[in-house]
Ligand binder design. Structure first.
Ligand SMILES: [Zn+2]
Length: 408
């Protein structure tokens, strides 16, 4: 078993140790007799840092991940093969203090927040998750209201402001049962490590914690959403809360600048813009409709009748698929024996074939044949069909070829 120095001092950032085991596959890994590196467990993520041989301080070996092995040893996964380390090598370990402090703030913050939800609303925390940029707890409750979230955040921050001592103590499992712990771990060990926030929270935990609640800094609740077992509440504590608030502010400032408005007016501005977009879209649809009718009228007028029908074959380079479909529809309704073979090249090359209702052709079949020739995909009904062309060049020829195959 590795001696875990972090159990006794969360602020121990460097330590001496001796190498117990080195392996290179599947990943370079080192096991020491004692360590201050925290392995991922209980919701808290691992420390990173360096292991340096006592005899060669130039050889800084990067520790990229730390995990518990099944037999109670702490495994330090290394960035690169561990040249120079072997059984018995004396080393010095350095953990990344910024990362450790961040984890202490998040984890102690979680204890205070979870206790606040219990105190105020009797909602217990069923799980804790710490990611690189946010944390979350899952609360066992069928519902969670906005004012409850605010009240828990307020109480948690009051406990932080009061700078209460956070103590570590060890008790037997039997004694722990009488103490009224917020959370008891699975029954696999006789001695329990308890974390106590003076007169506020007592829980069993193996994590690294601050020594006074003031070191948590602050707690900022972010998002609450329904989860499998109840409600998930996202939060950030300490420097993370400051960094998150600062990122939120930059995002909001950039958005406000787009509207030349104050940041707090952004929702109102977005609302106004969405209303405008909706109104413009409606106007635009109406104009397209009117334009399609006008163009259909003029196409019918300028196209001479031949073989008992009006055949209009045309490529529209500046109209999209929706518009040429609309135009084909108007045209074939305006005249009782019209056929439209249309193409567009913008933004994507597409074809539309249409005939007046009851016409002699099968436009869906004609489209399929045409697409098979040019390597596109398409189809439709007897009177109206559309397809996407793989290239925009030569569509005049494609339409002319389809026109030849129309029934007379
Ligand atoms: Zn904990």
């Amino acid at each position: 078993m590795t001696e875990r120095l972090y159990y006794h001092d969360s602020f121990l950032y460097d330590f001496d140790a001796e190498v117990r085991e080195v392996s290179e596959s599947p990943r370079p890994a080192v096991i020491l007799d004692r360590t201050a590196f925290y392995p991922t467990s209980g919701g808290q993520i691992f420390d990173t840092g360096w292991i340096i041989p006592a005899s060669d301080s130039n050889q800084k070996l990067r520790v990229t991940e730390v995990a518990d092995s099944e037999d109670g040893r702490v495994v330090h996964y290394m960035e690169a093969p561990t040249k120079g380390l072997q059984l018995g090598t004396h080393v010095r370990g350095f953990i990344d203090p910024t990362r450790r402090r961040d984890h202490m703030q998040q984890h102690s913050g979680q204890h205070v927040l979870s206790a606040a939800f219990v105190r105020l609303f009797n909602m217990s925390t069923v799980s804790f998750h710490m990611a690189d940029d946010y944390c979350s707890i899952d609360l066992e409750t069928p519902s969670l209201r906005g004012e409850q979230i605010e009240a828990a955040e307020r109480l948690a921050n009051e406990i932080i402001l009061e700078n209460r001592p956070v103590d570590v103590r060890y008790v037997t499992r039997e004694d722990a049962g009488k103490l009224g712990l917020r959370k008891l771990p699975p029954a696999d060990r006789d001695e329990l490590r308890l974390i106590e926030v003076r007169d506020f929270d007592l829980t069993a935990c193996g994590g690294t914690h601050v020594s006074q609640t003031g070191q948590i800094g602050c707690i900022l609740l972010r998002k609450a959403e329904k989860a499998r077992q109840g409600w998930r509440v996202e939060f950030v504590a300490g420097q993370r809360a400051v960094a998150t608030a600062s990122r939120d502010y930059s995002t909001l400032t950039a958005t406000a600048a787009l509207f030349s408005s104050h940041i707090y007016d952004v929702p109102q501005q977005v609302h106004k813009s969405l209303d405008e977009i909706r109104a413009l879209r409606k106007q635009c649809e109406q104009s397209q409709e009117e334009l399609a009718v006008a163009m259909a009228v003029s196409l019918v007028a300028e196209t001479p009748e031949a073989d008992g029908r009006k055949l209009v074959v045309r490529v529209f380079p500046d109209r999209d698929l929706n518009f040429i479909k609309l135009l084909a529809q108007k045209l074939t309704r305006l005249h009782s024996a019209a056929v439209a073979l249309f193409a567009t090249t913008a933004p994507q090359a597409a074809l539309v074939f249409a005939q007046s209702v009851g016409g002699p052709n099968d436009m869906g079949a004609l489209m399929k044949e045409t697409m098979a020739k040019i390597g596109g995909r398409g189809g439709g009904s007897k009177d109206m069909a559309q397809g996407g062309a793989p290239i925009a060049e030569g569509l005049e020829g494609v339409l002319a070829d389809a026109a030849v195959r129309l029934k007379r």
